[in-house]
Design a protein around this ligand. Sequence first.
Ligand code: SF4
Length: 448
Amino acid sequence: MTDDPLHTALLDARVPRYTSYPPANRFSADVGPADMAEWLAAVPQGDPISVYVHVPFCRRLCWFCACRTQGTTTDTPLDRYLDHLDRETAMVAAALPRGTTMRTLHLGGGTPTILSPQRIARLSEILHGAFSPTAEADISVEIDPMECDEARLDALRALGMTRVSLGVQDFDPAVQAAIGRTQPVDATARVVEAARARGTRSLNVDLVYGLPHQTPERLAATLKEVLALAPDRLALFGYAHVPWMARRQRMIPEAALPRPVERLELANLAREMLTGSGYRAIGIDHFARPGDAMARAADDGTLRRNFQGYTTDGAATLVGLGPSSISRFTQGFAQNAPATGAWQAAIDAGRLATARGHALSDRDRLVAEVIERLMCHGRVDLGALTGRHRAPVAPLLAIARAALEELPGAGRLAGEVLHITCPAALRLVAARFDPGFAPATNLYSQAS
Ligand code: SF4
């Protein structure tokens, strides 16, 4: 046991991950297709956009995963999905100013590589037919190494893939058995090699700590194997056990989950091993090689946070396609119907599939910027920021002082600049600035 208030808060707290402000669970049905159409039409002429495509299918449903996806053993739903994606993309492109270009494209899910090479080629036609990529476009794809082959990688290369994100989570067989996800090291290494041979310029690996049966020794062994793959970036997420929200997590043996104090040890061990191997720690859960674009963005203050976590993408507009995807505009957020059937029904009715969202107020924009600066850089100049937003600084300074008093060791206030030096405290401090955060709700994952 410890009586260090920061340590206790880290063990107990359930706080949002703030991939957006407000978090998506606070979106409402006040935002619908008409808002989405209006916001698309208002994108400034000549501004490149970012595009996210959600592929909501997996061959296997890993028990730890809370992503919006559905299992399918056949290919039958995939063509129907692409038909609807084609029509949705055409509607979105028609609503945007003519000639809008695409600066980044991210294919996520689910498992984008569940699509056959022919279907990937069709997806490429749909997207490139609607949005011309800019010369330096960044095109990233989430890959399940167990659902990928050379022909798919060739098709993705033809689509323009520049970056790959591989799910690993943990290589230990006992951990993999407990999360329903078998993935040998050599199969993963083959995909890494094949992706690199096709000119992929950046490779990310996703890892998870806090999984059942994970111990410091097992996690250290996984990290050694992952480091041998020499990824450019790593994401290290804390497992969020929320079986009341993600039903498949009921398969996870709860008794085998590390206790809060053990989770913190696992997180610290991983952080030490990765930074000790030359990776730069970014925000709450990312690591990048010093020369990587993400590390450079952290250095020059341009790092952003979006629904994939941290990003170097500076586009003001993110257009989401596919069920559950979220679009971000300067005016607010618009989320598609989460269920594939409801998304298809909207498109069949000839309308955009927006089901919920949030229109940003001036106050939301101020809070969003404070939280994004903290989550990305651990530092926010409250004086400069409130000056730009024409808002009083005193209430934010009061929040900062109260947070530092309650969480000694989290950081310091130098004049009007708040510095958070303990990365594990970033979410806790960010939540203090969030007027809608209700600590008693059990919707969020643990801060550590
Ligand atoms: S971890 Fe990946 S493959 Fe497994 S269920 Fe989640 S999205 Fe599907």
